[in-house]
Design a protein around this ligand. Structure first.
Ligand SMILES: [Mg+2]
Length: 261
């Protein structure tokens, strides 16, 4: 990577431990137990088969409708194309209930990295496929976090939220093709005014890593779910298990190799 110009953050699974996975699981379990009960025996679905690994490989990072379709195809649900819309809608209802109930947590390593990069003048974009991601970022105050945890004292106004730290918010932006296509990341690079080869993408899903590579960007996969192999196979330039493994000074220089021990 050439000297860093911008960093594009996926949100769900990178910045926020949002309840998407559980919402997908619970919505399908409910449908299979009620409206779709008649077709359930024809499928390979069972609640315990909808694992985190299945979520990560089939659904994570994709736009809502294509994620729904991919999960139904995976479980061999008949008429998946017709049913995907209903499933996507139900998942959204479950998700919104969970968000309203505050059932999500922020990853402090991501907050630290965002603040460190911001303090170094790196341009930042939020680039989630999810239309709900901006709202999640807006609910997270960073001023108190900075007070206690940010030694460099990145300039953060009283009452600032995580969303305020991003120079561009592309979450849920209308693009022709979702991840793994590069459209959203290319739109984010344009919004920042940074050429793609000087952009770094932080992702937790294989589809997102593929999208970054298709955009001609450098990508770092954060494997929070012991899925290092999936991210490496998707083409991540580096895989870490926590963003604290990254050295912000080195990143600014365009170095993504591991910090010397
Ligand atoms: Mg993600």
């Amino acid at each position: 990577m050439r000297p860093l110009g911008g960093v594009l953050f996926d949100v769900d699974g990178v910045v926020v431990d949002s309840p998407h996975e559980r919402a997908w699981q619970e919505a399908l379990e409910a449908l299979m137990a009620t409206e779709w009960r008649a077709i359930a025996p024809e499928t390979r679905y069972a609640p315990e088969r909808f694992t985190t690994a299945v979520y990560q490989s089939e659904v994570a990072g994709k736009a809502r409708e294509s994620g729904a379709r991919a999960a139904l195809d995976y479980f061999g649900v008949p008429d998946a194309a017709e049913r995907a819309g209903v499933y996507a809608e139900r998942k959204q209802e479950v998700l919104l209930r969970k968000i309203a109930a505050g059932k999500f947590v922020v990853f402090s390593d991501a907050t630290r990295l965002i603040l460190e990069l911001k303090a170094r003048g790196v341009l930042l974009a939020a680039a989630s496929s999810s239309r709900n991601a901006s709202e999640l970022l807006r609910r997270i105050r960073v001023d108190a976090f900075v007070e206690h945890q940010n030694p460099r004292r990145a300039p953060v106004a009283l009452g600032a939220t995580l969303l305020d730290l991003f120079d561009a918010d592309l979450c849920g932006a209308a693009v022709a093709r979702g991840k793994p296509a590069p459209d959203l990341f290319l739109a984010a690079a344009r919004a920042l005014g940074v050429p793609p080869p000087r952009c770094l993408v932080i992702e937790d899903a294989p589809s997102g890593v593929q999208a970054a590579k298709a955009a001609g960007m450098t990508s770092i996969g954060v494997a929070r779910l012991a899925d290092e192999a999936l991210l490496a196979a998707a083409g991540a330039d580096r895989v870490v298990t926590t963003l604290d493994q990254l050295d912000p000074d080195a990143l600014v220089e365009g170095q993504i190799a591991a910090r010397a021990a």
